[in-house]
Design a protein around this ligand. Structure first.
Ligand SMILES: Cc1cc2nc3c(=O)[nH]c(=O)nc-3n(C[C@H](O)[C@H](O)[C@H](O)COP(=O)(O)OP(=O)(O)OC[C@H]3O[C@@H](n4cnc5c(N)ncnc54)[C@H](O)[C@@H]3O)c2cc1C
Length: 449
């Protein structure tokens, strides 16, 4: 392993406005904080810049599945999560029917999730990374990438790259070391780009989204509700517009356990098929049509809803550059089957950290390219199947037929939950795994753009 600050000694002369580290992480959300935690835990000199201040809002459904909880517990955060609202499964609603399902059993993943605001969650994980040894600067934005002198586009240069970023401070920036308050530039061997779905920093490095692949979009708001302590999260698969027409999307009500629920609508589509759907109106219609027991109305609403995009299926790339790696939403890592992104941000942040640690240890930036293989090995086929599935489901007529038939069979819904939630067991071939295998064989044959 490169000794801490080993790189710092190589760049001469030292400048008071320049910070030097082995790894710069851009963004302190789930992907960035996880990458920083795993890097710092293995002794790497890592700086995270987060443009906002914790606790900060982030538009999200706030739902952690057992997959997210697994990653958080591996980062030592079981106790940090415990005071928040724990839940045990998913209730699917459609066409007047309801099926309540526990989380599928799985050899690695547990049986419960949490609903926790992102203000609380992201602060918790960033603090964990800092405790593990990462340097965290809040209120500091990475504005533009610095090119790596001598690094070729293919990463074939055997010398370590010296990229980094120029920085801009928001008022009242909090940096762990006040003496560094004048820093305007960071030089790093490697940069992990974890700046979320808009990924301006990633775009400046030349990343693009594959527009032929599905993208999601969602809107969420908070309501005070007497059902805030429900033991299940609720998902509505037949949401309708104000005229009562079923729209290719879904709605959710996630209980926060603090007197509030997180209410939202999401749309999944390919080729801009939802361009004409007004999500604000859809949200209003969903709230108006929700069962009255939730008490969702203008009086219980806590502020205006906010929306965001869900880049999915690893649609943003290239995932690796000569001295940088994308993780989380910046890489489009959201699961296209269900719009879940937090777990995949933790996982890709961790994968990125492992690859960067290896490259530092071997003094070989060419090893970064192994990240692409790790992504493909972990998600490649599964996401390909998901993209094909979404392509079919985003046609309103087909979605109606599939959901309507599924709601008559608990077994089918349980298989779907196992497949769509990524609970396929590696150790056993049950009905869901068999169905997935058959569909995957078909999906492999479908050419993709
Ligand atoms: C409406 C909606 C509902 C959702 N619901 C769920 C859900 O219930 N469960 C779930 O698992 N997923 C959900 N998701 C997806 C989930 O929010 C994302 O997948 C997840 O936040 C990705 O984490 P990230 O770290 O990649 O990006 P982010 O969480 O967006 O974090 C990026 C961070 O980088 C910072 N940043 C950006 N640019 C810079 C810069 N240049 N310099 C410094 N800092 C910068 C930002 O301030 C931010 O803190 C939802 C998404 C939406 C839009």
């Amino acid at each position: 392993m490169t000794p801490p600050n080993g790189f710092a000694a190589e760049l001469q002369p030292p400048r008071p406005d320049r910070w030097q580290c082995d790894v710069l992480v851009v963004g302190g959300g789930p992907a960035g904080a996880s990458a920083a935690y795993w890097l710092a835990s293995s002794g790497v000199d890592v700086l995270v810049v987060e443009k906002k201040h914790y606790p900060r809002e982030k538009t999200c459904g706030d739902g952690l599945t057992p997959r997210s909880v697994h990653q958080l517990e591996q980062m030592g955060l079981a106790d940090g999560l415990a005071p928040h609202h724990r839940y045990w499964g998913l209730r699917a609603h459609a066409y007047g029917r309801t099926i309540a399902m526990s989380w599928p059993d799985h050899p690695e993943l547990g049986s419960y999730g949490y609903v926790i605001t992102r203000a609380d969650l992201d602060e918790l994980v960033a603090a964990r990374a800092e405790k593990a040894g990462a340097v965290l600067w809040q209120g500091v934005e990475a504005v533009a990438p610095l090119s790596a002198p001598g690094a070729s586009a293919t990463g074939s240069d055997p010398d370590p790259a010296h990229g980094g970023a120029t920085l801009r401070r928001a008022g009242g920036a909090i940096v762990s070391d006040r003496a560094r308050a004048t820093v305007t530039e960071v030089r790093a061997r490697y940069v992990i780009v974890a700046d979320g779905s808009l990924s301006r920093f990633g775009r400046a490095l030349g990343t693009r989204r594959n527009r032929h692949w599905p993208q999601g979009m969602g809107l969420r708001g908070y309501y005070r509700s007497p059902r805030s302590a429900e033991a299940y999260i609720d998902s509505f698969l037949d949401i309708r517009d104000a005229g009562g027409k079923v729209v290719p999307g879904y709605g959710w009500i996630f209980p926060l356990g603090d007197g509030r629920v997180n209410v939202g609508v999401g749309l999944l589509s390919t080729q801009g098929r939802w361009k004409d759907v007004n999500t604000t109106k859809l949200m209003e219609a969903f709230v108006a049509q929700a069962p009255s027991s939730w008490c969702l109305d203008p009086q219980t609403r806590c502020g205006a809803p906010t929306g965001g995009r869900l880049p999915m299926g690893l649609a943003v790339g290239p995932h690796v550059g000569p001295d940088c790696i994308l993780a989380g939403d910046a890489a489009g890592a959201i699961n296209p089957f269900n719009g879940e992104g937090i777990a995949y941000a933790y996982e890709t942040g961790r994968l990125a950290a492992a690859v960067v640690s290896g490259a530092l240890e071997a003094h070989d930036p060419r090893l970064l390219i192994t990240y692409e293989q790790s992504l493909q090995d972990t998600y490649g086929l599964y996401y390909r199947v998901a993209r094909a599935f979404i392509g079919v489901l985003s046609r309103p007529g087909l979605m109606r037929i599939c959901v309507n038939s599924g709601m008559y069979s608990r077994s089918i819904m349980e298989w779907l939950l196992r497949i769509m939630g990524n609970y396929l067991r590696p150790d056993e071939l049950g009905p869901a795994e068999a169905v997935y295998k058959a569909v995957a064989a078909l999906a492999r044959q479908i050419p993709e753009r």
